[in-house]
Design a protein around this ligand. Structure first.
Ligand SMILES: *Cc1c(COP(=O)(O)O)cnc(C)c1O
Length: 398
């Protein structure tokens, strides 16, 4: 079993170790929630200050032209594109993942007008499934079928996550994409739990969406992204046909005419201040070797599983290739166990009914953090420290 010294040696030899210095990480905590809200990059505060004071403060409304605000949904999309295997002119940034799902699924439905079935995974992050349910209700005449039924043959569109938020199980994107296409359906991939944690390649998919505040570290409320395969760009329609997706927004015409290319998927006024934080986060990603990120991610999650041993039931796949960058463990009293861990400086989170989630963001998580988290978990369980009644009280966000 690797001891603490061994983990320190692994950190010293880690080819990604310099990236940890890019982040502000409070002393004395092990942060394993980068899959929910990524850590703050050091460069972000200055970049946001610039956007506020130098751009907004000095340029005022001129910032739309002089500070590049107006084109940021596309320029930032182009910078993000390599992280998902996409090219320039294929990704637009803005809104939330929920909104991007609505846009992608409605566009896919319009491209398959003869079909009336939307396949969605009831075990997916709820917003994905909720958005699809709402869309089916609004449109009328559509059936939402659970992925578990396993039938795509009459589906218009299939919406799936590459990595399951609860268990960390990873789908085989090329294999599933090929299966969906063979059935004549289109696929929308949700990349929230894979982008920034591994090499992602959606170039064979029809649409993809994801958020930038998890592994990408763009901050709370950071904008989402939407990818549209270039083969659909001429025909795909944006159901949220706002003025920023119009061919000539400043012509103020009475009728909507879609812009050429990915810009038609822009909706309204860009989130300039949030974009500044995304811009800073992408400065880091441009230097990151993703193959190393994936290798370290698999090493970290495997190490954690080794150290936890058979203390708890493991909800994540055992084979590292089939996992995202998280480990999920089950405990019937998972909530107080997680509260007890957090009080001892080990930050994971809890997902009902019984899942303890530990996310390992490879840019700033060290092997020694994995060691310390597993040791604290062992102590909390072995000494039953979680039974203290103060851990049973629920907080609004866990
Ligand atoms: C985090 C997450 C979201 C978040 O949706 P928002 O609209 O950005 O709040 C959506 N889907 C999945 C799979 C997620 O993990």
């Amino acid at each position: 079993m690797p001891d603490r010294e061994h983990c320190l040696a692994l950190d010293a030899a880690d080819p990604l170790r310099e990236f940890r210095d890019e982040f502000v990480l409070p002393e004395g905590i092990v942060y394993l929630v980068g899959n929910s809200l990524g850590a703050l990059p050091r460069r972000t505060a200055e970049r946001v200050r610039q956007a506020v004071e130098d751009e907004w403060g000095r340029e005022l409304v001129g910032g739309w032209n002089h500070a590049g605000w107006y084109t940021q949904p596309l320029t930032l999309g182009d910078r993000l594109a390599p992280l998902i295997g996409a090219g320039p002119g294929q990704v637009v940034v803005g809104n939330t993942t929920s909104v991007a799902i609505h846009q992608a699924v409605s566009a896919a439905l319009r491209l398959r007008p003869d079909r009336r079935v939307i396949v969605s995974d009831a075990a997916n992050f709820p917003t994905d499934h909720y958005i699809v349910q709402g869309l089916a209700r609004t449109l009328g005449g559509y059936e939402v079928r659970d992925l578990a039924e396993g039938r795509f043959d009459d589906a218009a569109v299939v919406l799936l996550s590459e990595v399951d938020y609860r268990t960390g199980a990873r789908q085989d994107v090329p294999e599933v994409t090929a299966r969906v296409h063979a059935a004549g359906a289109l696929i929308v991939w949700d990349l929230c739990h894979s982008v920034g944690a591994m090499e992602v390649d959606v170039s064979g998919a029809d649409f993809a969406v994801g958020c930038t505040y998890k592994y990408l570290n763009a901050g709370p409320g950071a904008p989402a992204f939407l990818y549209v395969n270039p083969r659909h760009l001429a025909d795909a329609e944006n159901a949220l046909s706002g003025w920023n997706g119009h061919a000539e927004p400043f012509a103020f015409e009475p009728d909507y005419r879609p812009a050429e290319g990915i810009r038609r998927f822009a909706v309204g006024t860009p989130h300039v201040l949030s974009f500044a934080a995304l811009d800073a986060a992408l400065d880091i990603w441009e230097r990151v070797p993703m193959a190393r990120v994936r290798a370290k991610s698999m090493a970290l999650t495997s190490l954690f599983l080794d150290l936890v041993g058979d203390r708890l039931e493991v909800a994540s796949p055992r084979e590292p290739e089939r996992r995202g960058s998280q480990v999920s463990l089950r405990h019937p009293d998972g909530y107080p166990v997680m509260r007890a861990l957090i009080e001892r400086g080990v930050h994971g989170d809890f997902r009902a009914p019984d899942i303890l989630r530990f996310g390992f963001a490879p840019l700033y998580t060290r092997y020694v953090d994995v060691h310390d988290a597993a040791a604290t978990l062992a102590e909390v369980l072995d000494k039953e420290l979680w039974r203290d009644e103060r851990y049973a009280r629920r907080l609004p966000v866990t």
